[in-house]
Write a protein that binds this ligand. Structure first.
Ligand code: COA
Length: 186
């Protein structure tokens, strides 16, 4: 693996693995990198070709399944890929879930994920890589076509409005909407 401009890619992968294994209580992992137009060491495309190909095949399969209106199939697949999905969860068709880190996603019981929702558990910034857990607490409703970013927790019985961009926690029982999202009612 390459040396990144500000960090060491192998060291970064080791620390990321510790974070994913929940060896501490951190919700967000950050690591300094070069500009993401160059290999940062965190993209699957930076690794061996066979491993990258396997990742992209899994991603394609996951994207196809999540486009379909087969809730039980979607939940089965997400659990297989490491996500924690509770009981009585409904995942609408056309959802996009970050295939790089499905294990960082927790959806508790009685949650509705609306059509076209996107959940990203990682991001590349100009000079750092970020991965973060997303937790959707029980009873929450995630409105259609909203975007949930890494490190976010949506509280119990909260509602995320359609089309919202959620970069911060949504308190329990609150309604949050807009871009950037704010609490619009409780
Ligand atoms: C968020 C939502 C539940 C609010 O419903 P509501 O309580 O009837 O909303 P109201 O019309 O009373 O509006 C309350 C406030 O929220 C704001 N708001 C409503 N929908 C919003 C949205 N999508 N984005 C941003 N703000 C929104 C309103 O502007 C209003 O703000 P104000 O008090 O400052 O004027 C609803 O608008 C929504 O987005 N539902 C999800 C629909 C959806 O995604 N369907 C597909 C799911 S499968």
């Amino acid at each position: 693996m390459s040396e990144t401009r500000r960090g060491n890619a192998q060291d970064g992968q080791r620390k990321l693995a510790q974070f994913r294994a929940a060896e501490n209580d951190d919700r967000v992992f950050r690591y300094p990198t070069c500009h993401p137009s160059q290999p940062t060491g965190f993209c699957p495309c930076d690794g061996p070709a066979a491993k990258a190909m396997w990742f992209y095949l899994k991603t394609a399969f996951m994207n196809i399944v999540l486009q379909l209106p087969f809730n039980r199939l979607s939940i089965w697949l997400l659990r297989r890929m490491g996500a924690q999905i509770g009981n009585n969860v409904y995942i609408s068709a056309g959802v996009w879930i970050d295939s790089m880190f499905p294990d960082l996603l927790t959806i508790e019981d009685n949650v509705l994920i609306g059509v076209g929702v996107k959940m990203a558990m990682h991001e590349f910034r100009l000079d750092e890589f970020i991965a973060g857990r997303i937790t959707i607490r029980r009873g929450a409703i995630i409105g259609g076509f909203s975007l949930i970013g890494p490190g976010v927790e949506v509280g119990e019985y909260a509602t995320v409005a359609g089309g919202a961009a959620i970069a911060r926690d949504v308190p329990a029982h609150a309604v949050a909407g807009g871009n950037p999202a704010r609490v619009v009612s409780r």
